[in-house]
Design a protein around this ligand. Structure first.
Ligand code: HEC
Length: 381
C-alpha cells in the first residue's frame, strides 16, 4: 500500500480537506510527533495494520491471514469492503451494543428500568437495514428478544430512544436541564449556548425569576447572564415537562414549582420537573421549538434533530471516538469539516445512512486512514 493509491482513492474534496485537516486531525489524534526523526521512523503504518486494529472492535475477533492478504493487495478500497463485510456478520450486533453502552452510557438494569433498550433498538435498526435517524425517531422500542414493542415511558407519542425510560430516568433532574443538555450533547455534539441563528432564544421576560434576572434570582451568583444559555434551554427542557423522574409520562404535569417547602428547587409535583417558563398556562404545555421550528412534542423535536446535519456528524464523531479508542479531549478536537465530509459521503450512498453506512464511511475515510497510517498507533509516537 503506498501513498499514491491512497490519494487515487480520494474524492475531489479530499485535496482541500486534507490541506485543512491534516495537521489538525493528525496531531489531535495521535499527539504531536516527538521529533522529525522519530516521526519518520514510526511513519507509514500499513493500512493492513489499521484494519488489524479495528478487527477486534467491529468483527470481535482478530483479523485473519486471508483478510490481511486482501488489504495488503487491495489497500484502502479493500479496507472499506472488509469493514463492510464485518458489519454484515452476526457478531456485529455486539459491536453496536458495545458502542451504545460505551459512548452513550446505556446498559444494565437499575431501579426496575431496562437500560439495554437503547442498545436493543440500535441493534434492531442495523439488522433490519433501517436508517440511523430512527434511533431518535423510531415509532417503537425493542425488547431483549429483538421484538418491537411500545416504549416503556408510556408517552402518547414515540421518539425512539428518547421515549425509553432509560434515557429519561438517567438524565432526570431539576428543570429538565440535564435531559435537554444530554439530548443536544449525545445526538448533536453541541453545548449551550448554541448559536442564536441555530436556536433563537425565547424572550428573557418569559422565563422564571431564577433564569431571567442577570445573576440568577436565588443563590447562583456566578456573574453570568443566566438567560444566555437558559433562554435556549427553556425550549428543549419544555419537551420533557410531562416526564417524571423515573421516565414515565404524566399528562397532568403542570411544570410549576412544588409548593411544599421540603421540595427542592426545580421539582414539580408527581415527580416531574419545573418549566423554565413563567406563565402557568405556558409552563404546562410540552409543545415547543427546536432549531427555530415549531414542534408539538418530543417526537416532533426528535425528527428535526435527526434530520439536522449535526446528527450524522455527531454519530460519525462518536464512532471515530469509540472505534479508534480516543480520549475525550482528542475526540472533541476532531475537526467538524471531517465529520461533516463523512456525513455527506454516507448520505451520498443513496439512502438515509444506516449505522454501518456511517461507521464504514467514517473509518474508511481517506483522512482518517491517513491520520492513522502516517502517525502510527496512539501512544507509539
Ligand atoms: C454557559 C451557559 C450557562 C449559563 C450562562 C448558565 N447556565 Fe445553568 N446550566 C448550564 C448547563 C450546561 C447546565 C448543566 C446541564 C447538565 O446537567 O448537563 C446548567 C445547569 C443549571 C441548573 C440545574 C442544576 C441541576 O440541579 O441539575 C440550574 C438550576 C442552573 N443551571 C441555573 C443557572 C443560573 C441561575 C444561571 C445564572 C446565574 C445559569 N444557570 C447560567 C448552562 C449555563
Amino acid at each position: 500500500m503506498n501513498r499514491r493509491s491512497l490519494n487515487n482513492n480520494s474524492k475531489l474534496s479530499f485535496v482541500t480537506l486534507k490541506a485543512c485537516l491534516w495537521a489538525a486531525f493528525g496531531l489531535a489524534l495521535f499527539g504531536p510527533p516527538a521529533g522529525h526523526a522519530q516521526q519518520t521512523r514510526s511513519a507509514l503504518k500499513s493500512v493492513t495494520e489499521y484494519a488489524a486494529t479495528l478487527a477486534p472492535f467491529i468483527a470481535l475477533r482478530p483479523i485473519t491471514v486471508e483478510e490481511r492478504a486482501r488489504v495488503d493487495s487491495g489497500g484502502a478500497p479493500e479496507l472499506g469492503n472488509l469493514l463492510r463485510s464485518w458489519t454484515k456478520q452476526p457478531l456485529f450486533s455486539d459491536s453496536v451494543r458495545l458502542f451504545i453502552e460505551t459512548r452513550y452510557s446505556f446498559g444494565g438494569n437499575e431501579g426496575g428500568i431496562d437500560h439495554n433498550e437503547p442498545a436493543n433498538l440500535a441493534v434492531f435498526l442495523e439488522k433490519t437495514g433501517r436508517p440511523w435517524t430512527e434511533f431518535l425517531t423510531s415509532t417503537s422500542c425493542v425488547d431483549s428478544n429483538g421484538q418491537q414493542k411500545a416504549c416503556d415511558s408510556q408517552a402518547p407519542f414515540t421518539a425512539g430512544v428518547l421515549t425509553s425510560r432509560s434515557f429519561l430516568a438517567q438524565h432526570a433532574g431539576a428543570f429538565n436541564i440535564s435531559r435537554s443538555a444530554k439530548l443536544l450533547k449525545k445526538f448533536t455534539c453541541q453545548e449551550y449556548p448554541l448559536s442564536t441563528t441555530l436556536e433563537p432564544p425565547v424572550r428573557t421576560a418569559d422565563l422564571i425569576d431564577l433564569f431571567s434576572s442577570p445573576n440568577g434570582a436565588i443563590t447562583f451568583g456566578n456573574g453570568k447572564n443566566c438567560a444566555a444559555c437558559h433562554s435556549q434551554f427553556a425550549k428543549h427542557a419544555q419537551l420533557f415537562v410531562k416526564f417524571d423522574s423515573s421516565g414515565r409520562y404524566k399528562a397532568s404535569a403542570t411544570g410549576l414549582q412544588n409548593p411544599d417547602p421540603q421540595a427542592s428547587g426545580g421539582s414539580s409535583t408527581n415527580g416531574t420537573y419545573v418549566s423554565h417558563f413563567r406563565a402557568p398556562e405556558r409552563a404546562q404545555r410540552e409543545n415547543s421549538e427546536v432549531f427555530g421550528k415549531t414542534v408539538a412534542n418530543l417526537a416532533e423535536a426528535a425528527k428535526i434533530l435527526a434530520e439536522h446535519p449535526t446528527y450524522h456528524e455527531c454519530a460519525a464523531r462518536n464512532m471515530i471516538w469509540h472505534y479508534l479508542r480516543m480520549n475525550d479531549t482528542t475526540a472533541k478536537a476532531i475537526p467538524t469539516a471531517l465529520v461533516s465530509d463523512i456525513a455527506v459521503k454516507a448520505r451520498a450512498l443513496g439512502r438515509s445512512p444506516t449505522f454501518s453506512d456511517l461507521l464504514v464511511t467514517a473509518l474508511a475515510h481517506p483522512v482518517v486512514i491517513e491520520s492513522y497510517t502516517k502517525h502510527g498507533k496512539r501512544g507509539e509516537e
